[in-house]
Design a protein around this ligand. Structure first.
Ligand code: C2R
Length: 181
């Protein structure tokens, strides 16, 4: 039975197997972390969220990485705030690509999490995105997967076109508003 601290969201393709494992340090992180899952889902990529902490439940982090390897997960994303060691610990236990998502909160508003995630020792890389950069964490995972998967590459291309159209429309509307006087 699925553990209560894990949630899977299917890709648009119902047969899609889980390709991205998203670990997060606290249930309180979930409002931001679900945006990673939802962005992946929009691109047709199945992922799962696991609440596990390098500080509080280190054995669970390691057990998940071992299971993810066996089940064919290809990219791991570590999300954490404050003293954010989660992504670094994941990277120390796997050769899968690891993306770090520093989260805001606490007295330093995420700067502590950013530095703890990005400043990894040589040989143990964590590809760190911006504080609360949930969308980019998902997009970076998708770009990694797209190297081997033409369907994901096409989904990324379509998403980029939609993004551009939205940007151009917003720009046109803003220009019209400011030139009306
Ligand atoms: P609580 O809100 O549960 O007290 O957690 C979490 O990601 C959260 O942002 C406070 C903050 O602690 C972070 N946390 C870490 C790690 N585990 C939890 N940075 C870790 O393993 O690095």
């Amino acid at each position: 039975m699925k553990k209560s601290t894990e949630t899977k969201k299917p890709a648009k393709n119902p047969k899609g197997k889980t390709l991205v494992g998203i670990l997060t340090g606290s249930p309180n992180d979930l409002p931001t972390v679900v945006k990673v899952r939802d962005t992946l889902s929009e691109l047709g990529i199945a992922s799962e969220i696991v609440v596990a902490s390098a500080h509080r439940t280190p054995d669970k982090v390691i057990a998940y990485i071992d299971r993810a390897h066996k089940e064919g997960v290809q990219v791991l994303i570590g999300c954490a705030g404050v003293a954010a060691h989660l992504a670094g610990v994941i990277a120390g236990h796997t050769r899968l690509p690891v993306i770090g998502l520093p989260l805001s909160g606490g007295v330093m508003s995420g700067l502590d999490a950013l530095l703890s995630t990005v400043q990894m020792p040589p040989g143990v890389p964590v590809a760190t995105v911006a504080v609360d950069g949930a969308k980019n964490a998902a997009m970076l995972a998708a770009r990694i997967l797209a190297l081997q998967d033409p369907a994901i590459d096409q989904a990324l291309e379509a998403a980029a076109k939609r993004e551009r159209a939205r940007y151009e429309q917003t720009a046109d509307e803003a220009l019209a508003k400011f030139s009306a006087k």
